[in-house]
Design a protein. Sequence first.
Lengths: 111, 110
Amino acid sequence: EDQVTQSPEALRLQEGESSSLNCSYTVSGLRGLFWYRQDPGKGPEFLFTLYSAGEEKEKERLKATLTKKESFLHITAPKPEDSATYLCAVLLSYNTDKLIFGTGTRLQVFP
Amino acid sequence: DGGITQSPKYLFRKEGQNVTLSCEQNLNHDAMYWYRQDPGQGLRLIYYSQIVNDFQKGDIAEGYSVSREKKESFPLTVTSAQKNPTAFYLCASSGLPGQFFGPGTRLTVL
C-alpha cells in the first residue's frame, strides 16, 4: 500500500534554532514530491516540488531535499512567522493525478 | 490576479440537507480536485476532474457528487448520504509546478 509518513508530529523550536522535518514514503513509483505550508483555517500554500533523488530546492529559510526513500525540509534560523503545519505529498507515477498526503508536522517557533 | 476561490468560507448544514460548495479558478488549469481534511489525518481525495464534462471518484467519494460544466468551475455537493460531513473541504487545481489550493470551506453539521 502506498504510504507517506511525516515526523515528528509536532516540533517546538526557539527562534534561530535550525532543524529538519522528515517525510518518508513507500510507494510503487514516485513521479514527484510536494511540500506545502498550511496556516490554521487556511488552504495549503505550495512551497516546492522535487522530482528526482539528489534534487534540492530553496526558498528563504527553507531547503527541501529528496532521496529514494525520504525527503527533508530543513529550516535554517527559523522565525516565529515560520510557525505552521508543513505537509508533504507524493505524486504517484502510475496515476498522474493522485497525491498521497502525510499527516503533517506542526511547527511552533518561539521568540 | 490568478488563483482559486472557494465559497462560502463557513457552511452549516442540518441533518438530511444537501449543500453545494463552490470552487472557481482563473489559472486556466485543466485538472481540478476536491479534498477533505480532518484533524490528525492527511488530506483525502474525494473527486477529481481532468477535463470538462469528465470526472473520477477519489478515495472517499461516497455521499458526494460533482459536476464540471466549465473549465473554471468544479462544485461539490455534499448529500444527505454522507454520514459524517463535518470537515474542512479544499479545492485544488493542477498546473506546473504543482497542485494549488483554495482557501477552504469549513462545513459543520448542526
